[in-house]
Design a protein around this ligand. Structure first.
Ligand code: ADP
Length: 363
C-alpha cells in the first residue's frame, strides 16, 4: 500500500442502472459519473435506493438494466470478488475470533501475497487507522469505533482503487462519528482512492464529500458539491432534505419600478434576483435558509413581522415569525452581540439577494 496508489484509477460510471423488485423500480435509470480519487456520497431518505445502488456496484445485487463501468470496463457480469473493490459496512463485519493483525491480513492471504509483504502492508494499514498498539488484540476486545477502524484497514490494505462504504459510522455515537469522519476523509485523501459512501445523514455527507448525489425514490434528484446542493437545491425535495428551509408558494411578478418580485400566496411580497426561467406570472417557490434571514429593527427593513415562537436549540435560537401572511423560520446564533427578540416583539427581516432563490413550483 503506497501513498496515492491508484490516484489515476477508480472512476466509477453508472449508465441507466435499474433494479426492480416486482413491479417497482427501486433504482430507476440512475446515471452517475464518479471521478477517480473522488469522495462521492449517495444521500437520501430510507428506502430511496442507496444501498441497492451500492450493492449493484459491489456485485451483490444483480442489475436489471443499464451498465456499471469501472475505469471504462463493464463489470456487470464480473463476480464480486473479482471486481477488486474494498467494502466497509455498518455492522463492522470483522472476524471476532481473529486478532486485529489477522483480520487485516485476511484479504492479502486470500490473494496469496507473500508473508514479508503482508507484514509491511498490514503495519502500514494499522498506522493509517491508528491501531498499531492493538495488533494482537482479538477484534471482540475492541470498542465499536476500533472495530470499525479494523474494517476500514481491511478494506484498504490491498490498495483497491474504489472503496464502497455503507453507513460505516451508523452504529457509533455522535462525537465518535464526527472524529471518524475526519479520519476516513484523511485516509481517502492520502491514498488517493475513490470512495462511494452511502449515508442518510446529511451533515455527514456535507462534511465528507467532494460531491453528493441526492436520491429520491430511486432517482437522482441532484448531483453537486456540498455547498452547491445546500445553497442551490434543484427542487423542493433537495431543499427540505438537506436541512431547514423556508419554502413559500407563490408567483413571480415584474413591475417596471422594482424589477422582479415574488408574491407569496399569503400576501407577502419581496424583491428577488433575476433567474433564468422565472418570468412574470410564473408559479414558483421562494427558498431561503433560516440562518440567512437577518433580524433587524422594524423601521427600514424590506419585511416586517411578529415573533410567534422562540425555541432554544443551544447553539441557535429558532424563531417562527409571522410576516404578511407567511410564517418564516429564522435561526439566530446564540451570541450576545446578535438581536435575540422575545415572543410578541415586532422585528424587521432581510436577507442578501443571493441567499434567496426561486425553485420550480411543480417539484
Ligand atoms: P436505502 O438504502 O436508501 O434505505 P434500499 O436500497 O435499501 O434503500 O431500498 C430501496 C427499496 O428497495 C426499498 O423500498 C426496499 O424496501 C426495497 N428493497 C430492497 N431490497 C429488497 C429486496 N431484497 N426485496 C424486495 N425489496 C427490496
Amino acid at each position: 500500500m503506497s501513498e496515492s496508489a491508484g490516484a489515476q484509477r477508480g472512476a466509477v460510471e453508472l449508465r441507466g442502472v435499474t433494479k426492480r423488485y416486482g413491479d417497482e423500480s427501486v433504482v430507476d435509470a440512475v446515471s452517475l459519473s464518479v471521478h477517480a480519487g473522488e469522495f462521492f456520497s449517495l444521500l437520501g431518505p430510507s428506502g430511496s435506493g442507496k444501498t441497492t445502488t451500492l450493492m449493484m456496484i459491489a456485485g451483490f445485487a444483480a442489475v436489471d438494466g443499464g451498465e456499471i463501468l469501472i475505469d471504462g470496463a463493464d463489470i456487470a457480469r464480473t463476480p464480486p470478488q473479482r471486481r477488486g473493490l474494498g467494502m466497509v459496512f455498518q455492522n463492522y463485519a470483522v472476524f471476532p475470533h481473529m486478532n486485529v493483525f489477522d483480520n487485516i491480513a485476511f484479504p492479502l492471504r486470500a490473494r496469496g501475497v507473500a508473508a514479508p509483504q503482508i507484514q509491511s502492508q498490514v503495519t502500514r494499514a494499522l498506522e493509517l487507522v491508528q491501531l498499531q498498539r492493538h495488533a494482537t488484540k482479538f477484534a471482540r476486545e475492541l470498542s465499536g469505533g476500533q472495530q470499525q477502524r479494523v474494517a476500514i484497514a481491511r478494506a484498504i490494505v490491498y490498495s483497491p482503487p474504489v472503496v464502497l462504504m455503507d453507513e460505516p459510522l451508523g452504529a457509533l455515537d455522535k462525537n465518535l462519528r464526527y472524529d471518524m469522519q475526519s479520519e476516513i476523509k484523511d485516509i481517502q485523501r492520502r491514498l488517493g482512492m475513490t470512495v462511494v459512501y452511502v449515508t442518510h445523514d446529511q451533515e455527514e455527507a456535507l462534511n465528507m464529500s467532494d460531491r453528493i448525489a441526492i436520491l429520491d425514490r430511486g432517482r437522482v434528484a441532484q448531483v453537486g458539491a456540498p455547498s452547491q446542493v445546500y445553497e442551490q437545491p434543484a427542487n423542493r425535495f433537495v431543499a427540505q432534505f438537506l436541512g431547514e428551509a423556508n419554502l413559500l408558494d407563490g408567483a413571480v411578478q415584474r413591475d417596471g419600478a422594482s424589477g422582479l418580485c415574488f408574491a407569496a400566496a399569503g400576501g407577502m411580497k419581496v424583491a428577488v434576483r433575476e433567474q433564468p426561467g422565472f418570468e412574470h406570472g410564473a408559479q414558483a417557490v421562494l427558498f431561503v435558509r433560516p440562518e440567512k434571514v437577518l433580524l433587524d429593527d422594524a423601521a427600514g427593513a424590506p419585511l416586517s413581522g411578529e415573533i410567534r415562537r422562540r425555541d432554544f436549540l443551544g447553539s441557535v435560537i429558532r424563531y417562527r415569525v409571522a410576516c404578511d401572511g407567511s410564517l418564516l423560520t429564522v435561526d439566530v446564533a446564540n451570541a450576545a452581540h446578535l438581536k435575540r427578540p422575545q415572543v410578541g416583539e415586532r422585528v424587521g427581516l432581510r436577507w442578501l439577494a443571493d441567499d434567496a432563490s426561486l425553485l420550480p413550483a411543480s417539484a
